[in-house]
Design a protein around this ligand. Structure first.
Ligand code: AMP
Ligand code: GLY
Length: 459
């Protein structure tokens, strides 16, 4: 099978890495890819916004499947273009990708589908910002949440106790020509759950937690994500079932009902509040850096799952199986990230970073004219550690991140720290002799449900 992966970040490197392990291994291509992806796939220098070029490439390669990684080409309609050309695609249509491209539309869908989310108002006139904040945060006793309505790479959101700062962000977003979504503050731990869908069936993957803020202790500005881990030893045993039942399935059903079936990954960004699960955001694709840990734990092959979803036969597909190992990803970011990342700095130390069993996922890297590996983006790479528990996976990832030499770079030191202290021995004994080095089970995810392999596709 020939698979073309669109994108050139850490998520796409993680997807390619996992596809490469499938047996038989698919023939892998990427556009544009990156130096890490190039070790596993043929990279083609076609940019993710070149819809004509990507469609021609998929046709020339006679790709059996195209997997679209980033949100921008999905929202721009790459999925539609490829399908019109008769190509099998994993990734939603532009219309369905509006779940990510328009926070206002996503709220509309959630309301119609009865999906629990934060109370919100959309504002287009700066004069109404003040009243809008009062509406969603009447007592002003919790942080204000102000979101640019369109795509912003995770950086268009400001959560602040400072009303003036909230108003200022709102005015900036409106001045840039968009609308602004003001939201009720959701308190509680966040969870990212990716659900595979073919437009009808819903298959959850293992939940992960992402760390959105730039600095330790959840300080600093929002970023695309500074690290992630899976599984979640602290999460309720029925979390995945509940999210599928109350969030993913009603959303997929509502989109199908509207004639815009969602084929791809419905990324459910959730807050587990005292009042229950609430949707913080939907994305229309795999998350980054959560994919780096979720796919690391996937024990069953990835390509048949993605192909089944793309061909509308997900309900008949075996449920994914999971390694019982934990995985932790620590993102190494460039100097100045997220405000003004510096690029072009040489990166060394990758062999040392991987000496202990961790592996490096490339995100913003490039090869310069002198053949050196250099930084080429804000989130430069992620070091992924694995181990029998979160503590050991975390130690491996951190040691690897410490070994990366990139001038001015920074990474968080507290990824998965609290979770690893919560349940030091969270893993069940190996259950499958076929993979002696890595235990696996059919149960997704939380420590509590490991050993209870009942999770099925909920067609
Ligand atoms: P989003 O791009 O909507 O996922 O927002 C980015 C991050 O901002 C989220 O992962 C949360 O950490 C934070 N955030 C967004 N919406 C809210 C909310 N309503 N309450 C609290 N934090 C939020
Ligand atoms: N890690 C957050 C995202 O992928 O949107």
């Amino acid at each position: 099978m020939k698979i073309l992966v669109i994108g050139g970040g850490g998520r796409e490197h993680a997807i390619v890495r996992r596809l490469h392990l499938d047996s038989p291994a698919p023939e892998l291509h990427a556009a544009p890819g990156n130096p890490g992806i190039a070790e596993l796939a043929a990279c083609h220098a076609v940019a993710v916004d070149d819809l004509d070029g990507l469609t021609a490439l998929a046709r020339d390669l006679a790709a059996d499947l195209v997997v679209i990684g980033p949100e921008a080409p999905l929202v721009a309609g790459l999925g539609d273009r490829l399908r019109e050309a008769g190509i099998t695609v994993f990734g939603p249509s532009a219309e369905a990708a509006r779940l990510e491209g328009s926070k206002t539309w996503a709220k509309e869908i959630m309301e119609a589908a009865g999906v629990p989310t934060a109370l919100s108002v959309t504002v287009t006139d700066p004069a109404l910002l003040d009243a809008g904040l009062d509406r969603v945060n009447p007592l002003g006793d919790v942080p204000f949440v102000v979101k640019a309505d369109g795509l912003a790479s995770g950086k268009g959101v400001v959560v602040t106790g400072d009303r003036e700062a909230a108003l200022a962000h709102g005015r900036t977003c409106l001045a840039a020509g968009g609308s602004v979504v003001l939201e009720e503050y959701l308190d509680g731990p966040e969870v990212s759950l990716f659900c595979v869908s073919d437009g009808t069936a819903v298959v959850p993957l293992a939940p992960a937690q992402d760390f959105k803020r730039a600095l330790d202790g959840d300080e600093g500005p929002n970023t695309g994500g500074m690290g992630a881990y899976s599984p979640l030893p602290w999460a309720p045993a029925d979390l995945v079932d509940e999210v599928v039942r109350t969030v993913a399935r009603p959303t997929i059903d509502e989109l199908a009902r509207r004639g815009t079936p969602f084929v791809g990954i419905l990324y459910c960004g959730l807050a587990l509040t005292a009042r229950g699960v609430r949707v913080v955001e939907f994305n229309a694709r795999f998350g980054d850096p959560e994919t780096q840990v979720v796919l690391e734990r996937l024990a069953s092959p990835l390509s048949p799952l993605l192909l089944a979803a793309s061909e509308g036969r997900l309900a008949a597909q075996d449920a994914p199986r999971w390694h019982d190992e934990a995985a932790v990803a620590v993102v190494v970011a460039a100097a100045g990230y997220p405000a003004a990342p510096r690029t072009g700095d040489p990166i060394t130390g990758l062999d040392a970073a991987q000496a202990d069993g961790a592996h490096v996922i490339h995100a913003g890297t490039a090869i310069d004219d002198e053949g050196r590996l250099v930084s080429a983006g804000g989130r430069v790479l992620a070091v992924v550690g694995t181990g029998p528990d979160l503590a050991s996976a975390r130690a491996q990832a951190l040691a690897g991140a410490d070994a990366v030499a990139l001038e001015g770079s920074h990474h968080r030191r507290d990824i998965a720290e609290a979770a690893s202290e919560h349940a030091p021995a969270l893993l069940a004994p190996p259950v499958d002799d076929a993979t002696p080095s890595r235990a696996e089970s059919a149960a997704p995810d939380t420590a509590a449900d490991q050993g209870d392999p009942t999770q099925e596709a909920t067609a």
